[in-house]
Design a protein around this ligand. Structure first.
Ligand code: BMA
Length: 405
């Protein structure tokens, strides 16, 4: 009897998998690396995966709520919203200077106010991602000072305690990210993207200034310290390279392993600057999606953009077109563009910008998700029949994918 009771759901499940091969993926054990991740953190992970299954991806913007072109710290303001009427679905924030206990980050964003903006975005249902341009431990220079430093901050290294003290600062910051009010025990899930653009040669943790073994040791120490010692369980970890890889092996050269990474991502500005680079961009996307799907990870384009958006139709004619160009490559969870610092250094059009109308068309496209399109990202989603099946699975019939714009 007991035996039968057990068998029944299993055979029903097998039948379901046979009838709807995509469903196996929808139900598969795709979970964050932190087995004690909070339920909201797990929900973000599953919802990112489900966006891909729906054939859609989240659009994000760095520092969106803090400032834009011609304004700073205006409650409710956002250049994205000013142009398309909706906030981005992902908010990028940056912690450079946190290591010095400074009140402002390296881009003059006040840390206390940043916590408020993070909370604001979270409460509206947006997803939060954090990067950290840490200064060079060996010299006190900036993140762009490429003097070798990684080996010095590893366990046993002369600067290890200083590095740990900075992770302590990070833990205090992340611990303060809470829902507020009655729900203040709820920690806000974040996607942490440490040691980013690791395959570039411009940061002290990047290729050429360390080696894969030391980088991997640094990554693993960072994850286990935050998770197991600082007891933070609201973090998804994003591995991030630059656009300069040609093969899966190159992308994975510094990969810490499946037990240490949730999101596989790259940053690409260069390829999307010229028509000749576009094919290479498509190849990078495809490679990252293939690797991520094979390992049950989430693929993403963690940074991109065209400085000044000098080509007014860049959003549809370059970014969107090249994401959609390949049926595999378009299966990414999110895309974040960089900050709107001033009239020269900005990546999202602002009102009156020649690229504003094109950005509205980009917003209207079926595949882009902005904040209002998100379906309760902090709640565990019900499994769906994917519109987009993973590699190797038979495609089910497309279904009406819901109420988004
Ligand atoms: C770069 C530029 C810099 C900024 C840095 C860290 O791409 O935007 O102005 O200081 O990122 O956010």
């Amino acid at each position: 009897m007991r035996h039968n009771a057990l068998l029944r759901p299993i055979s029903a499940w097998l039948l379901l998998c046979f009838l709807f091969p995509g469903a196996a993926w929808a139900q598969s054990a795709v979970v964050p690396i932190d087995k004690n991740a909070t339920k909201r953190t797990k929900a973000v992970f599953l919802n990112l995966q489900q966006s891909i299954q729906r054939g859609k991806w989240l659009f994000g913007h760095q520092d969106d709520l803090a400032y834009g072109v011609g304004w700073k710290e205006k409650p409710g303001a956002s250049d994205v919203k000013a142009v398309c009427g909706d906030f981005p679905a992902v908010y990028g924030w940056e912690l450079g200077n946190l290591e010095h206990d400074m009140a402002y980050n390296l881009d003059s964003v006040n840390f206390d106010r940043m916590k408020g903006w993070i909370k604001e975005g979270y409460r509206r249902g947006g997803v939060i991602t954090i990067s950290w341009h840490m200064d060079n431990y060996a010299t006190g220079g900036s993140a762009w000072d490429t003097t070798a430093a990684v080996h010095k901050i590893l366990p046993g290294g002369p600067l290890h305690e200083r590095f740990k003290a900075d992770l302590d600062r990070f833990a205090v910051f992340v611990n303060d990210l809470r829902a507020g009010g009655l729900f203040n025990r709820r920690q806000i899930p974040i996607i942490f993207r440490p040691f980013h653009e690791l395959s570039g040669s411009w940061f002290w943790w990047g290729k050429g200034h360390t080696n894969p073994d030391d980088f991997i040791a640094l990554w693993r120490f960072t994850v286990s310290y935050l998770r197991d010692v600082k007891d933070l369980h609201n973090i998804l970890y994003a591995y991030n390279t630059s656009e300069n890889f040609k093969t899966a092996d190159e992308f994975l050269q510094f990969y810490p392993g499946d037990a240490w990474v949730d999101i596989l991502s790259f940053d690409d500005y260069g390829n999307l600057m010229t028509p000749e680079g576009e094919l290479q961009f498509q190849k990078c996307l495809k490679t990252v999606v293939e690797i991520a799907e094979a390992r049950n990870k989430i693929p993403a384009l963690a940074e991109t953009g065209l400085e000044g958006i000098k080509r007014p139709d860049w959003y549809t004619a370059v970014l969107l077109k090249n994401i959609q160009a390949d049926p595999v490559g378009k299966r990414i969870a999110y895309v974040v563009v960089w900050r709107n610092a001033n009239r020269k250094h900005h990546y999202v059009p602002y009102p009156g910008h020649p690229g504003a109308a094109d950005f509205q068309a980009f917003y209207q496209d079926d595949s882009t998700l902005f904040e209002q399109d998100l379906r309760r990202f902090y709640k565990k989603p019900k499994p769906i029949k994917p519109v987009v099946a993973p590699l190797g699975a038979k495609m089910p019939m497309p279904q009406n994918s819901g109420t988004e714009k």
